[in-house]
Design a protein around this ligand. Structure first.
Ligand code: NDP
Ligand code: PYC
Length: 340
């Protein structure tokens, strides 16, 4: 996205204050306000425009639609040796993740591997905050969540799959973790929404219109269908997400989530699956030496002039922590209108 001189400069404290004020005004309970604010601030801080302050407008629509439980108290269920379930009871996923994380970590350390299923949650966010919370414990992390049926399967023309992100994290001693987190659609829907707001065309390959024709018109793609990344490969990964973060954990597919939405245009409802793996489970006391060998791989990637995923994000984080962030004026005005 291109930003101009009318952008508004904000400190991260100001972003947090704006988020707290907007979410509280919308009637969200204080514990959820804090958990959601942490995610919104992290997104803006890390230069993830589609999942930063913009998400407050999405939260406003969802809260006003009544599709999210404003004061849901998550229920943690110590399900089995390596399995934790948290019933979000219709609330935002962030608080449920916070509540389930300690048991997930404890089980991963005890068993070598553990899985956390969050059920009946509303998910509007990036997955890397969850991934980084797990890698901060020295554990390898995977996370998945379906969304709404906005994406055509490869070879098809009608929306069926979600934008279904896949995220992975690898802890690196003394460094930021190796993290990738991307939609299995060519791009997150939020990115197309931002293009529509800015009146900018989208690149070819992101979407098709309602008649199934390729389009570079953001609104037409939003009304038609988004496309998967990498053709049949993204499509198959997307189906995997539908399955392992849907039926496998007793929760909704993206098609079921959209049906439940019934035109409210609220954020997706359903499940999230987070897997944590302790290298010591495989390697015992030799874990550290093998984890260290991964550094050679990262060095070789960077040595070719390529960059690691999340490198841009960590650089944005460093910059934002010292300089704050810049937000398009129209977006800022729209978010302020939630408070004023
Ligand atoms: P991108 O297509 O921008 O891909 C993001 C990932 O790829 C990041 O890890 C990014 O690192 C990395 N990356 C991008 N360019 C390069 C490069 N040249 N070299 C190496 N790595 C690169 O993002 P998406 O639009 O697919 O997704 C954005 C966000 O939307 C994700 O965080 C995702 O979780 C979220 N989302 C959430 C959904 C939900 O249902 N909750 C649904 C769909 C998406 P970097 O950040 O450093 O650029
Ligand atoms: O940008 O595709 C998206 C998205 C869906 C739910 C949260 N973000």
């Amino acid at each position: 996205m291109t930003y101009d001189e009318s952008d508004i400069a904000l400190s991260l404290e100001e972003v947090a204050a704006l988020s707290r004020a907007a979410l509280s005004r919308l009637g969200l309970a204080p514990a959820h306000v804090e958990a959601v604010t942490a995610t919104v601030v992290a997104g803006e801080r890390d230069g993830c425009a589609s999942h930063g302050i913009y998400r407050l407008l999405v939260c406003a629509d969802t809260l006003k639609s009544g599709k999210v439980a404003r004061d849901a108290e998550p229920v943690v269920d110590d399900r089995a040796g390596g399995v934790v379930r948290v019933d979000a009871r219709g609330g935002y996923a962030q608080l449920s993740f916070q509540r389930g994380l300690p048991l997930l970590v404890e089980k991963a350390r005890r068993n070598g591997i553990a899985a956390l299923a969050i059920n009946d949650c509303v998910h509007f966010a990036a997955l890397w905050p969850e991934i980084e919370a797990v890698t901060a414990e020295g554990l390898v992390a995977l996370a998945f969540t379906p969304s709404h049926a906005w994406v055509a399967p490869a070879g098809g023309t009608r929306p069926l799959l979600g934008t279904n992100p896949v995220a992975f994290g690898w802890p690196r001693p003394g460094e930021h973790p190796f993290v990738f987190d991307f939609a299995t659609s060519a791009v997150a829907r939020g990115e197309i929404e931002l293009h529509r707001r800015a009146g900018e065309p989208i690149p070819a390959g992101w979407g098709i219109d309602a008649e199934g024709r390729p389009t570079t018109d953001a609104a037409a793609a939003l009304d038609g269908a988004m496309l998967t990344f990498g053709g049949h490969k993204g499509s198959a990964l997307s189906v995997m997400v539908e399955l392992i973060a849907g039926p496998l954990i007793g929760d909704l597919t993206s098609a079921e989530s959209l049906a439940l939405d019934a035109g409210a245009k609220a954020s997706p409802i359903g499940g999230e699956l987070v897997i944590a793996i302790d290298p010591a489970g495989f390697l015992g006391g030799e874990a550290a030496q093998h984890i260290a060998r991964a550094e050679k791989l990262f060095d070789a990637i960077v040595g070719q002039g390529a960059r690691l995923p999340s490198q841009r994000r960590f650089e944005a984080r460093k910059r934002s922590l010292s300089e704050g962030v810049r937000v398009p004026r129209k977006l800022y005005d729209d978010v302020r209108a939630l408070v004023d």
